[in-house]
Ligand binder design. Sequence first.
Ligand code: FMN
Length: 334
Amino acid sequence: MDLTSRYMGLDLKNPLVASASPLTGELDSLRQLEDAGVAAIVLPSLFQEHIEAEARRYEALTEAGADSFPEALTYFPALSASHAGPERYLMLVRAAVEAVDLPIIGSLNGTTNEGWIDFAKQIEQAGAAGIELNVYFLPIDPAMSGRAVEQRYVEILTAVRAAVAIPVAVKVGPYFSAFGQMAQELDRAGADALVLFNRFYQPDIDLVGLRMVKDLELSRRNEIRLPLLWIGVLSGNIRASLAASTGVESAEEVLKYLLAGADAVMTTSALLRHGVQHVATLLSGVNAWLSARDIRSLDQVRGLLSRRKTRRTGALIRADYIEMLQEYDPQPIA
Ligand SMILES: Cc1cc2nc3c(=O)[nH]c(=O)nc-3n(C[C@H](O)[C@H](O)[C@H](O)COP(=O)(O)O)c2cc1C
């Protein structure tokens, strides 16, 4: 079975990619992911806040040293390496590239296009095959316009794009008033791939302790529907490749994303829930489904149910919506 896929300019042996999580930050689990069959790995994010904190720490040390012990300056790189998130991250990139024979994608996570972007260059120099840019930005300032939010994404991407030659993917959330136009703008600004979608972590309320609760719930399979919708809409309509992220639990979700037009399908929650070996189960399920239909190559069906292939117009989508509401059959309450 030919499952080969091309994602963000990288040739992958299959479409399954391990998305950023603690599982991708340990060399042992990276090797296990490779053995189980993933085609590429996204490392956990390096956060803008950590890069900036390290820069401030370095500055403070430099100033103190300049005043009192100029010779101490020679120690700073060593100090930096032992504490810094950024230095450790580069060590992880280098070690990951050595440990597995798969494309390693570094992940940068930030919200503005200031100096930290230079770090993309260092991730490239450490051997990463690509960079995934996670713009996790919640526009809670009511004075901020939608246009300003969109502009911010484009500016960050433009800055990273200019800093590196390796492919750059952008992992975004779905909350834009016109996501199709946002996707096109990112495409024009040089995104090699879009990862749909970033999962926004929403707080809950503890009614006993009367406080906000922050906890991380793993995704469920019914969460594929929003990314599925947008991958289906965008497939074949933009240059950037498309990765589906969120809600993969079984081979069924992987297949649905591929039929909608995904070039790659990412997974984290299912691997945290079932273990790294689950990759093999996902892949064998995809193989079995294709074989049962006598399909020899994934590309024969990729995007088969995209909007472009099915020619679904906005009017048809609205007609479906109205029909669904009207035909809903309430079950009698027992
Ligand atoms: C424990 C945990 C840590 C994560 N860390 C990161 C991260 O560092 N950077 C990132 O972009 N996404 C991170 N994610 C999000 C995942 O990469 C993924 O986008 C999300 O879990 C949705 O995919 P899933 O439904 O397959 O889990 C993390 C998710 C979990 C559960």
